[in-house]
Design a protein. Sequence first.
Length: 242
Amino acid sequence: MIETSPSTPAPVDVVLPCLDEAEALPWVLDRVPSGWRAIVVDNGSTDGSADLARALGAHVVHEPHRGFGAACHAGLAATTADVVCFCDCDASLDPALLPAVAGPVLDGSADLVLGRRRPVTRRAWPLHARLANVELARLIRRRTGLRLHDLGPMRAARRESLLALGLADRRSGYPLQMVVRAADAGWRVEETDVPYRPRTGRSKVTGTWRGTWQAVRDMRAVLAEHPAADPVSAVTTRGTGR
């Protein structure tokens, strides 16, 4: 990875929410495409993740309020590039694949691209998490009409358009709220396959039945939201940043 200072706009910013990921960080940051800016959002790590990320050339943001959505949104607020990618920081997803995910956004053929996880081994994706994902995909289709297979933690969209969505969830519902509100706004949403590896360390969400259940609760609340009534906002959002 080549460090890009915040004063020098990168072509793409990569938001990496981080909670105790020191073991995975060297591999993850080394795989960020050259010239793209890595923004590591430290969400209260106690293993030195923030200092390590900074030493490895990443731009580090501190978000004291715990929650996946809180970390993601703090990272989004720190971005300056026209196109923003999100990627887990646990080495389960390879940042070197981000150009394939961001490509349709960069060339204007899509507004939001999700990396559909394809596990490389059985242990990469626990059974309870896979079953929850299948049910979630069904609920997304029913709520939005999008025929998605995965919520896709690796994703890309344009910065100004994302900010215009007014995302409010700060826990596990954040990535779902992004998809639901994008669909309501008329965005072109696509999926592309990405390999899914066993993560380094233990998942804070899907690694336990309790974490999975909490995520399901957060996501049900998002799915219960009423679509925006103003059709003009959808047109404005879709055209932002072009």
